[in-house]
Design a binder for this molecule. Structure first.
Ligand code: PRP
Ligand code: URA
Length: 217
């Protein structure tokens, strides 16, 4: 793990595997095409998903190999919901589903007001048994933390206990805001950036993740 200002903070995990850092570098490059960008977001979500599920409990099962019977491990009845924050979070869903094909997917629609940077919720649809699930919120960018905090508040109101936030690039301001806002949420990021600019964009960042995933700019 890289040393960071959050290194003593158990609820923040920087996923800095060399392959992750390599892929984040390509993601940042302004010359990276929409196709490549989308593919990298999917791949990074998969890597990050490994890290964010590391504590899932296991149970013993009996397996017959071609040679003998042995005791092997399987994940013990962990039910997961992946919750993308629309739009950009959608880019991470496929990678997460590759890892956990039985997971359900709930959606929370949020956009930042370009002037105030305040989040506005415009859509929400969750699986019916959501309270029995570990919820993994996915969104490539954690800037001020406003959108993530609003999504976390919404999930807490539904009675969800285990909430994890998976982002690809985070600003220190956003991490601090989320950790202070919710006492139990755990935050995973593939990069910890320097700061926000006057428009609340992450520096050095990668620009507008939604526009780069969907080719809308
Ligand atoms: C982006 C990003 C996050 C949010 C982060 O979404 O995907 O949801 O901004 O900023 P914050 O931490 O300051 O809230 P945006 O509102 O641009 O919407 P989009 O995904 O539709 O592009
Ligand atoms: N949203 C983005 O897509 N990028 C940023 O840098 C900040 C918010």
């Amino acid at each position: 793990m890289t040393t960071s200002q959050f290194e003593d903070e158990e609820r923040f995990v920087l996923v800095d595997h060399p392959l992750v850092q390599h892929k984040v570098a390509i993601l940042r490059d302004k010359e990276t095409t929409t196709k490549q960008f989308r593919e990298l977001v999917r791949e990074l979500a998969l890597f990050e998903g490994y890290e964010a599920t590391r504590d899932f409990p296991l149970e013993d099962i009996e397996v017959e190999t071609p040679l003998e019977t042995c005791i092997a491990k399987q994940v013990k009845g962990k039910k997961v919901a992946i919750i993308p924050i629309l739009r950009a979070g959608l880019g991470m869903v496929e990678g997460m589903l590759e890892l956990m094909p039985s997971a359900r997917v709930g959606h929370v629609g949020m956009y930042r007001d370009p002037k105030t940077h305040e989040p506005h919720e415009y859509f929400a649809k969750l699986p019916p048994d959501i309270t029995s699930r570990t919820c993994m919120i996915v969104d490539p960018m954690l800037a001020t933390g406003g959108s993530a905090n609003a999504a976390i508040d919404y999930l807490r109101k539904q009675g969800i206990e285990d909430i994890r936030l998976l982002v690809l690039v985070a600003a220190p301001e956003g991490i601090t805001s989320v950790l202070e806002h919710d006492p139990d949420v755990r935050v995973f990021s593939c990069a910890l950036d320097r700061e926000l600019n006057e428009h609340a964009y992450i520096l050095p960042g990668l620009g507008d993740a939604g526009d780069r995933i969907f080719g809308t700019k």
